[in-house]
Design a binder for this molecule. Structure first.
Ligand code: ADP
Length: 469
């Protein structure tokens, strides 16, 4: 496929990046290996398009976004299949992601009509104070491979609705879904230069974007390590930034929880995308009085999960993204076993990039799986005795993205949700992500929010106009 710069599909003559199916190792397609020239050309186009796109009415931008929404909706099957081929997730999850990705476009197409200002009482009779919010300018978006469509629309939809134009660099493992979304945007009539998608070396492209003062906002989803590099780079020209980084989500089951509900949410949260999401349950804390019952139910539920090529009917867990991802899961399992954890289900055996679900018990805080994000289908269960203890252990991480809490006691739900140092708390809910709510982290999980009106603010500057007459 080709890159999208200024409404044209380009990349002829450049070398290419091969995209492989993690389930089969087969080549799925190629993307151009763009560099400095393409990164700069994309900014030129976005900067020029900003002049007209930002002047359109909210209604005009909404109509353009809704026609993109409809194109994506019509192409759901095709996009989902492409995503499964390049990323590995089961087809049903890929379809779910296209719907989720598109829900951001629909929601922000409407929200763009509600970018309200303020009037403030002035300090003199002949003065007036107006506060206006206006598009920040050209936005650079850098996205990861685990949600090849949603991480793009969650950034691009609010940016466009606010009146910004974007330059996007998708992950090198999954550029094809992104490029197809770009083609659909052009077919939908999104004007040239409003969305530009550049593929190629991440560092080279990101450096051009960081250094160019025309880029006024950087939005990123990925590792905390790269997030810190980008934050430093953005400081050179004082860009606005939003960073969605790593997580280490605690999943807390109190002694009064509905265990059947807790287990079904545990399965959804832990094994979605084979455990490769930043909000996946990563540390399972179960009250000591219910740990036997929870572990038994978890084992029964996990044993029903089918591992295989995501294109096959009935598959629940696809392959991991690459061999290193498999190695990390194996290392965490072996480390926990060496330090005394008991295997409830599964184990470290892998078949190529396929590794089945594992549940461990008797896990303690010094094990790697409790300290680092596994990003794979490993569920380490650890027990606790008191509320104070579990809160301290849950908060004892540099990360603060999502936390889950299962209890039927409303007092505990309120108390604990307020104590948890996390940007998202799911109470009896393992799947809280929706377009209208703010998604984002505390501490080293990032800065800023995506989704809802908070997600729109990230692309707007506040202007105070003082009028004397
Ligand atoms: P993951 O571990 O999920 O691959 P990364 O943070 O490495 O997370 O990747 C997320 C995105 O950041 C990808 O698009 C990747 O190409 C990009 N990326 C990786 N390294 C850099 C870098 N040094 N500068 C800018 N972008 C980078």
């Amino acid at each position: 496929m080709k890159m999208l710069i200024g409404g044209s599909f380009v990349g002829e003559g450049l070398s290419t990046i091969n995209v492989f199916n993690p389930a089969t190792g087969e080549k799925v397609g190629t993307a151009p290996d763009g560099g400095e020239n393409e990164a700069k050309a994309a900014i030129d186009e976005a900067y020029s398009a900003f002049k007209t796109w930002s002047k359109k009415t909210a209604n005009e931008r909404s109509k353009a976004l809704m026609s993109w929404f409809r194109k994506i909706e019509e192409a759901t099957e095709e996009l989902a299949e492409l995503m499964t081929k390049e990323q590995g997730k089961p087809l049903k999850e890929a379809k779910g992601e296209i719907g989720y990705a598109n829900s951001f476009i629909e929601w922000y197409a409407e929200e763009g009509k509600r970018i309200y200002g303020e009037t403030i009482p002035a300090s003199a009779a002949n003065k007036r104070i107006f506060v206006q919010r206006q598009a920040v300018g050209v936005v650079a978006a850098i996205t990861p491979w685990n949600f090849p469509a949603a991480m793009i629309t969650r950034k691009v939809a609010p940016a466009l609705a606010a009146g910004c134009t974007v330059v996007v660099k998708p992950a090198e493992q999954t550029p094809l879904t992104a490029l197809r979304l770009g083609e659909l945007a052009i077919e939908a009539g999104i004007p040239s230069g409003v969305i530009n998608i550049v593929t190629g070396d991440a560092k080279t492209i990101a450096e051009v974007w960081q250094e160019d003062s025309r880029v006024r906002k950087l939005t990123f989803t990925g590792s905390t390590e790269v997030g810190k590099i980008l934050m430093e780079g953005a400081s050179k020209t004082m860009k606005k930034i939003s960073l969605e980084l790593g997580g280490q989500a605690p999943f807390i089951v109190m002694d009064d929880a509905d265990l059947d509900a807790a287990v079904s949410h545990f399965i959804a949260s832990k094994y979605r995308n084979a455990g490769q999401t930043c909000v996946c349950a990563n540390r399972i804390y179960v009250h000591e009085d219910v740990v036997d019952a929870f572990s038994e139910k978890a084992k029964a539920a996990v044993s029903e999960l089918k591992v295989g090529n995501g294109l096959e009917e009935g598959v629940d867990l696809g392959p991991l993204i690459d061999e290193d991802a498999v190695k990390k899961v194996q290392e965490h399992i072996e480390d926990a076993k060496d330090k005394g954890a008991e295997v409830v289900y599964g184990g470290a055996e892998a078949d190529g990039q396929f590794i089945g679900p594992t549940v461990l018990r008797g896990v303690t805080e010094e094990m790697k799986c409790m300290r680092e994000e596994t990003f794979g289908p490993l569920a380490p269960i650890s027990t606790f005795k008191t509320e104070e203890e579990v809160i301290e252990r849950a908060n004892g991480t540099p990360f603060g993205l999502a936390a889950y809490l299962f209890t039927r006691d409303i007092g505990k739900a309120v108390r604990l949700s307020e104590e948890l140092e996390f940007g998202i708390v799911g109470i009896n809910d393992g799947l809280p992500s929706v377009p209208q709510a703010p998604f984002g982290g505390f501490k080293e999980s990032g800065l800023g929010r995506e989704g809802g009106h908070h997600g729109m603010d990230e692309f707007l500057e506040v202007k105070y106009i003082s009028l004397a007459f």
